[in-house]
Design a protein around this ligand. Sequence first.
Ligand SMILES: [Zn+2]
Ligand SMILES: [Zn+2]
Length: 301
Amino acid sequence: LRGNQAALRRAVFLRGLRFKLLLRSLYFNSLSNADTLLDCAFEPVYWIVDNVTRWFGVVFVCLVVLLTTSVVVIIYLFVLPTILRTYPLPWVVWHLCCGHWLLLMVVFHYYKATTTSPGHPPKDKVHIPTVSMCKKCITPKPPRTHHCSICNTCVLKMDHHCPWLNNCVGHFNHRYFLSFCLYMTLGCIYCSSSSKELFLEAYSAIERYYQTPPPPDAVQETTAYKSIIFLWVLTSSVAVALGGLTLWHIILISRGESSVERHINKKEIARLREKGKVFKNPYHHGTINNWKLLLGVEKRR
Ligand SMILES: [Zn+2]
Ligand SMILES: [Zn+2]
């Protein structure tokens, strides 16, 4: 009887052990820790944010095209006729050349920045210099490469994911991105400064319309005045905001840092300072050389 009881106890113990083993086999991973658990818990949030941002990218691109077109149409309809009518010939020629050149540059660089791939690590080549593995792509990551969760791929020399381009800014389109920012800022400064007089005129005229009974052609005239006010406010605010962003990128490029690396390097500087060491950016080759690398003119051609 005592032997039977011992065998029963052992059977129960073994069944418990088997159940425990089965349960553990379902979730156990030697690499799991609190970080992985937190990542898993936040996975649905990441998914929603990434998908919404991806969708927003299309809306933002449409917005850029729509607002730029509206500015160009207002210039053609209301500003250019005034210039042609009232300015001396040299100024007319200057406005025609400068305005159209800026427009051409903005359109070209925006098109190139949105359609040029930023560059991805080669999947077929095994012997490439790598520094780590991408957890998401499960492929080797060359130096300066980062994973973009919105594009869902690794990007070479990733700077940032730009919703206004609906594209990542990286190795192959960084120059187009900077040129676009620069020409868009210049274009906005040009529009805002050349329509300033008209804006002041329109602003006081609109105030008059609201105070006295409107004259017969009021509707057509107020449309023109309102368009000019819209043009000036939009181009001035974009000039300030985009001008600041462009300046920041110019500083980063001069330092040999991408936007992603700026965050990493900041942490690294603080970490090494605590140890009494000084951080040295390995990709800073001197301001002139950094610009030559970005513009692709490091060799004579
Ligand atoms: Zn990746
Ligand atoms: Zn991206």
